[in-house]
Design a protein around this ligand. Structure first.
Ligand SMILES: *[C@@H]1O[C@H](CO)[C@@H](O)[C@H](O)[C@H]1NC(C)=O
Ligand SMILES: *[C@@H]1O[C@H](CO)[C@@H](O)[C@H](O)[C@H]1NC(C)=O
Ligand SMILES: *[C@@H]1O[C@H](CO)[C@@H](O)[C@H](O)[C@H]1NC(C)=O
Length: 340
């Protein structure tokens, strides 16, 4: 009898410990819930992980092992064939390095769409209403504080940069506020996914949006996709919402545009150097800010953990993957994609 496949958990599970344990009926389970990058690399070198065919990479694993950069990927044993990552963003994994090693990478899109879009709308409304100052004033016993008249979303154009699952969930919600939806994306979507949203060029998106929402992945080509030159092309008084990744925006340029009032307000859940935040944002009462809470709901966190486990089992049991990362789609060595 051949020995069962070995799977490694890196980091912690919160909502699916029972489901994880039950996998021991068919796999050998290893865990690296706590530790350092050095210990992890040592385990790779000294044979502890010699039989590992893949890992569950939890949302806190970067804090433990550091990024899965080229150095770390090179240290993984030959047996390692997949990384099932918990998170919609995976900029902390060097996918090109994984592809060079023929290691498949899955992430957790879909599961995060609703919760992230909910926060996007929350931030948009908070920014449109300049909600920061009255929220603080009330707690300080100043009642409304220095009220600034806000704006209604109705009749405004919401420009969505990145019309994937989250962007489309954002559009679905914004329609019910009477907003006109325009978007820019790698490619135009088919009409059933567009649902009336208008596809425009990047420059048109900048020029026409009353609210600009960032809903795209961070990678080398999208880093600082919104910097001073792009901000200069936006409408006077534009509102900018970011629930994706902080480094999509040059934060210093954004602060300058906010201070000049070219950008009238921002709603941000993500920052360029988390957990540090540009002091110009912290002190600006037209900045409505959250500390990266996009997916932090019980239901969504559990869905994300379950999706990682489903990816693991699909790869091992059926040689298929459910949510392969975009960069690896179509490569000839990757497991076949299966429907969710
Ligand atoms: C491998 O290194 C780790 C971390 O130093 C250690 O805990 C473990 O006992 C070592 N295993 C072997 C087989 O040497
Ligand atoms: C980066 O992401 C963008 C938008 O999602 C995509 O169009 C592009 O192909 C990606 N680039 C790289 C180098 O992966
Ligand atoms: C990671 O996920 C767990 C639940 O699955 C959650 O409690 C925790 O807040 C998450 N951490 C981050 C940094 O998102």
């Amino acid at each position: 009898m051949s020995s069962p496949p070995t799977v490694l958990l890196i980091g912690n599970l919160v909502h699916t410990n029972e489901e994880w344990k039950s996998l021991s009926s068919k796999y050998t389970l290893l865990e690296f819930r706590k530790g350092t990058r050095e210990q992890f690399l040592e385990n790779c070198r000294n044979g502890t992980y010699a039989a590992v065919s893949g890992c569950y990479r939890s949302n806190v694993s970067t804090a433990i092992t550091g990024p899965f950069d080229r150095e770390l990927v090179a240290a993984l044993p030959q047996s390692w064939k997949f990384i099932a990552h918990n998170g919609a963003g995976y900029d902390n994994i060097d996918v090109a390095a994984c592809s060079d090693r023929k290691i498949a990478v899955s992430s957790t899109p879909v599961a995060v769409d609703d919760a992230t879009a909910d926060v996007g709308i929350f931030l948009m409304l908070g920014a449109l209403r300049y909600a920061h100052e009255p929220l603080i004033a009330l707690r300080q016993g100043r009642w409304k504080g220095r009220v600034q008249l806000g704006h209604d979303p109705r009749g405004k154009s919401l420009g969505i940069l990145g019309m994937g699952g989250i962007g489309r969930a954002m559009a679905d919600r914004a329609r019910s506020f009477g907003m006109n939806i325009i978007y820019h994306n790698r490619r135009q979507l088919n009409p059933s996914l567009e649902k009336g949203a208008k596809y425009v060029s990047f420059d048109e998106l900048l020029a026409q949006s009353d609210v600009l929402s960032l809903n795209l992945a961070l990678n080398e080509s999208t880093r600082h996709i919104i910097s001073a030159p792009e901000l200069a092309k936006t409408k006077m008084g534009v509102v900018i919402v970011n629930t994706a990744r902080g480094a999509l925006i040059n934060e210093a340029d954004l602060v300058a545009a906010l201070e000049s009032e070219h950008v009238s307000a921002v709603g941000l859940d993500v920052f360029e150097n988390e957990p540090e935040i540009h002091p110009g944002l912290v002190k600006n009462d037209r900045a409505f800010l959250l500390p990266h809470l996009g997916t932090t709901t019980v239901e969504t966190q559990r869905e994300m953990e379950l999706l990682v486990l489903r990816n693991l089992q699909a790869v091992i049991d059926e040689g298929k993957i459910l949510t392969l990362v975009g960069e690896q789609k179509g490569l000839d060595w990757v497991p076949k994609e299966a429907d969710l």
